[in-house]
Design a protein around this ligand. Structure first.
Ligand code: GLU
Length: 476
């Protein structure tokens, strides 16, 4: 939803794109070609439900085909419209370029409130939507590969994969037509947690860069940093869980649809998530204090603010009141172009969406590669790796016995060292490596150019540069 008096979401992305591209030496024609959305397909289809025909409106937008397939999630929400889908598709183009997943940018959406339907009804609706897209190659392993987004998850992706397979019975790569599938239906370990995990890796990398921390006026590590999370959906939940359980950060507030919970002692994310599951919201949660005006909690004192819900939540109306010195955009487009300007002037450091939430598409890439190679990562090498480690451990044992008290192995060393990496470890390692590499390419531009004052502009410059190279290689 566009906040009143501000440009639309797509215009907001274009303004941010414009700030960056103006600093680049590209022809005006190429700038325009990169910025423009190639195509948006709108479909209206009927599904027989509850004794009547119900008509649904869906979209699949293809922003850039400089690489194919194009990639991006499918969102189920009543707020879905063409402007939003096009903005999200554009962000996918830049996101994929920044984290070097070999895809163009796309996005889809269905205008529906999934909570209003039974599971079998949602299955009928999803299969029909998938049919409409697949018959136009807008779902296709080598053309267009959707994934989950707000309001969709593993279940919907499994239905889409099955629908595509039924329509393409001889396509041996049919499973690669969509990512985010459950592991038992061709998915990959670690995809569900991937976006939240990526937010954690992004923050860990930020805290490895002292000068970047200094820009936000921060010192120390992630441990004890006070964090506010908006939205405890898949992304916000995993980010908050990992930061609090593994990095020692303190989640001081969680904002949900029906209000916020505030607790300076730190919120137990598993407990709160279970409460939301049972009660449909945060209200009534017995620990901390409940505030009905959830948006007000965006303005509380904290070290790190993680908007992980909708676009436009930090806008001209509240930007000046935001106290967090560091914002990490786990959602797509949570900060409007107007708010971005206000926050930049205040010195707030923003880790931009196209980087911060790229963990999802990164692991989608691994899943797609797994589907095309028809073998799980680690299957060939795991035991061989363990056998080689066993050799070293045996040798250390021999030394241990020989040297006696003078030297001994650290407890647990053997167990830890012996275990070869399985799919989940490999996925996390690939994701961590991707998040570190992408941050460094962004930070390098931020620091080396006087005319680049923020990470978002730096991210756009890296991404646009890569898209431009791909177009040039095609002779454009
Ligand atoms: N919907 C997610 C995003 O916005 C994931 C896209 C994907 O995995 O293709 O990045």
């Amino acid at each position: 939803m566009t906040p009143a008096g501000e440009p639309s979401f797509r215009e907001s992305v274009d303004i941010m794109f414009g700030r960056a591209v103006d600093k680049m030496d590209l022809s005006p024609g190429l700038k325009k070609k990169i910025q423009i959305c190639n195509a948006t397909y709108t479909v209206r289809f009927g599904v027989r439900l509850r004794g009547d025909i119900h008509t649904f409106t869906g979209y699949r937008s293809v922003h850039s085909e400089h690489m194919e397939p194009v990639k991006g999630g499918i969102r189920y929400s009543l707020g879905v419209n063409q402007d939003e889908v096009e903005a999200l598709a554009a962000l996918m183009t830049y996101k994929c370029a920044l984290v070097e997943t070999p895809f163009g940018g796309s996005k889809g959406g269905l205008c529906i409130d999934p909570r209003e339907y039974e599971e079998h009804e949602l299955e009928n609706i999803t299969r029909r939507f998938a049919y409409e897209l697949a018959k136009r190659d807008l779902i296709h392993p080598s053309q267009n590969v959707p994934a989950p987004d707000m309001g969709t998850g593993e279940r919907e992706m499994a239905w889409i994969a099955d629908q595509y397979a039924r329509m393409n019975t001889t396509d041996i790569n049919a499973k690669a037509c969509v990512t985010g599938k459950p592991p038992h239906a061709g998915g990959i370990q670690g995809r569900t947690e991937a976006t939240g995990r990526g937010v954690q890796y992004a923050l860990q990398e930020f805290f490895r860069h002292p000068e970047d921390m200094k820009a936000a006026g921060m010192t120390g590590t992630l441990s004890d940093k006070r964090v506010i999370v908006q939205g405890l959906g898949n992304v916000g939940y995993h980010a908050a869980k990992f930061l609090s359980e593994e990095d020692g950060s303190v989640i001081v507030a969680v904002i949900e649809r029906d209000g916020a919970i505030h607790d300076e002692e730190g919120i137990n994310i598993e407990e709160l998530r279970a409460w939301i599951g049972d009660h449909g919201g945060v209200s009534g949660y017995p620990k901390g204090s409940y505030v009905q005006d959830g948006a007000a909690a965006l303005e509380y004192e904290c070290d790190i603010l993680i908007p992980a819900a909708l676009e436009g939540v930090i806008n001209k109306g509240n930007a000046k009141n935001i106290k967090a010195p560091l914002i990490i955009e786990a959602a797509n487009g949570p900060v409007t172009a107007g708010a971005d300007e206000i926050l930049r002037a205040k010195g707030t450091v923003i880790i931009p969406d196209m980087y911060a939430n790229a963990g999802g598409v990164t692991v989608s890439y691994f899943e797609w590669v797994k589907n095309l190679s028809h073998i799980r990562f680690g299957r060939m090498q795991r035991r061989q790796e363990e056998a080689r480690h066993q050799l070293i451990v045996d040798e250390l044992h021999r030394l241990d016995e020989h040297l006696g008290d003078k030297w001994s192995m650290t407890p647990n060393f053997k167990e830890k060292y012996l275990r070869g990496a399985g799919e989940l470890e490999l996925v996390r390692s690939g994701l961590d490596d991707t998040m570190r590499g992408a941050y460094q390419s962004m930070a390098e531009v931020w620091h080396s150019r006087d005319d680049v004052e923020d990470l978002r502009t730096a991210a756009f410059i890296v991404a646009i540069g890569r898209v431009a190279s791909a177009y040039k290689a095609k002779g454009l």
